[in-house]
Design a protein around this ligand. Structure first.
Ligand SMILES: Cc1ncc(COP(=O)(O)O)c(C=O)c1O
Length: 425
């Protein structure tokens, strides 16, 4: 039996099926935009560990920062003995975030960050209710699973939505939901389900991640800000997937002319080391009482040191500009594939920086989703040595999340492989 098949068998016996893995091979090592499996096969990585390795696999500067920190100490628990790298990272994030006077608390995962943003908003407003959007993804804990706007596969059959969470349609005009429809639905929730004076937070992703890379329209975000201001609701912009140069800005919220109240961040912040956080307006962030926030591993020192290096790399290597350039090249390539007659029908193509996605549809020129076609494309890409990820409320979207440090040769090769994998089988 070959090495991958053997490991797959051991994995099936030892690990529950609930943590599904898209690739039927096991990684041996990874470098910038590429990884190699335990049989020596090479893959170009257009998944970046789900938008984590924006600075590439094992960026030398990030590795050196984590290693240097490991020589000092690896853990004390910030609640027991505090350390400089946590404070330095908080200062840096406060300075970079599109919030006037910010404070930052650190955690470990994205779900923890979004869940704690709600906890902070609840403490600040003295209200319990939360509004999120159809197609949103906020995590897999009980609260964030409820906030997530898609039942299968995230909420096991029969799981009730925890009380106090309400969903509103997300505006996607080509799938029949206009901004007016979404705003009308929000007003209906206010009238039917929960008065606005009783809502702690509206949580929205500037660009939906798992939901399909649909961008929140600028005017919609502006109206949400106005509604939140009118009713004293916290506007939470979940930047777990969009953050750290992925969309061509350090925070995707910078594309909008608004100031959010709270920003959960995670993923690319650590460049492969687990760290997350909530950045928010200082007076809101100080609402929970001492002891009300934290976690044993929250703000791990090695991850803090890595994150500080990630932020330096983003600046030094102009990764925001790189993101825009990669995104343009990707969109142009996909537009080319769309025009070719021998490829599967491609529908909407969208991108903000290097957060690029396209839909597969049943018929050319129409928008009826074709989720069945996705698995075949991903499998063909894998056989050609390219890692792709699906996503989408309708399950018919392929998202491209190449590292922002990817070599031009690998980017070109990856796009050529993508074109091949889209050919009619
Ligand atoms: C927008 C968004 N929020 C929250 C999460 C949850 O993050 P984690 O998987 O680190 O808990 C994700 C993960 O994909 C995400 O994309």
């Amino acid at each position: 039996m070959n090495k991958n098949a053997d490991m797959l068998k051991r994995r099936e016996a030892a690990v529950p099926r609930g943590v599904a893995t898209a690739s039927p091979f096991f990684v041996d090592r990874a470098e910038n935009g590429k990884l190699w499996d335990i049989e020596g096969n090479e893959y170009i990585d257009f998944a970046a560990g789900i938008a984590v390795t924006n600075t590439g696999h094992r960026h030398p500067k990030v590795m050196a920062a984590a290693a240097a920190q490991a020589e000092r100490f690896t853990h004390t628990a910030f609640q027991v003995v505090a350390y400089d790298v946590y404070v330095e990272l908080a200062e840096k994030l406060n300075q970079l975030a599109p919030i006037d006077h910010a404070k930052t608390i650190l955690f470990t995962t994205g779900a923890e960050a979004t869940e704690n943003a709600v906890k902070i908003a609840r403490a600040h407003t003295g209200r319990q209710n939360v509004i999120t959007f159809n197609g949103a993804f906020h995590g897999r804990t009980q609260l964030t699973m409820a906030m997530t706007g898609k039942a299968a596969p995230y909420r096991p059959k029969g799981t009730p939505i925890v009380p106090g969470v309400f969903h509103v349609p997300f505006p996607i005009p080509h799938h029949g939901v206009s901004e007016e429809d979404a705003l009308h639905a929000l007003q209906t929730v206010f009238k039917v389900e929960v008065g606005p004076e009783d809502v702690a937070a509206i949580v929205i992703e500037p660009v939906q991640g798992e939901g399909g890379f649909y961008q929140t329209p600028k005017s919609f975000m502006k109206q949400l800000r106005e509604i939140c201001d009118l009713h004293g609701i916290c506007l939470v912009c979940d930047e777990v997937q969009t953050g750290f140069a992925r969309t061509g800005k350090i925070f995707a919220t910078e594309h909008y002319d608004i100031e959010p109240d709270l920003i959960p961040v995670a993923k690319a912040l650590g460049g492969g080391f687990p760290i997350s956080g909530v950045i928010g307006k200082a007076e809101i962030m100080d609402s929970p009482m001492p002891g009300g926030l934290g976690g044993t591993y929250a703000g791990n020192p090695m991850a803090c040191a890595a994150a500080l290096a990630v932020l330096e790399v983003i600046e030094e290597e102009n990764l925001c500009q790189q993101s825009v350039s990669i995104g343009q090249q990707m969109v142009e390539a996909i537009e080319g594939f769309k025009l070719a007659n021998d490829t599967l029908p491609i529908g909407d193509i969208r991108g903000l920086g290097a957060m690029v996605a396209f839909e597969l549809v049943k018929t050319r020129g129409e928008h009826t989703p074709d989720p069945e076609a996705i698995a075949g494309v991903i499998a063909r890409a894998r056989d050609l040595g390219l890692i792709l990820l699906p996503c989408g409320y309708y399950g018919n979207t392929i998202r491209l999340l190449a590292p922002l440090t990817i070599d031009q040769v690998d980017l070109d090769a990856g796009l050529a492989k993508l074109g091949e994998s889209l050919k009619q089988p």
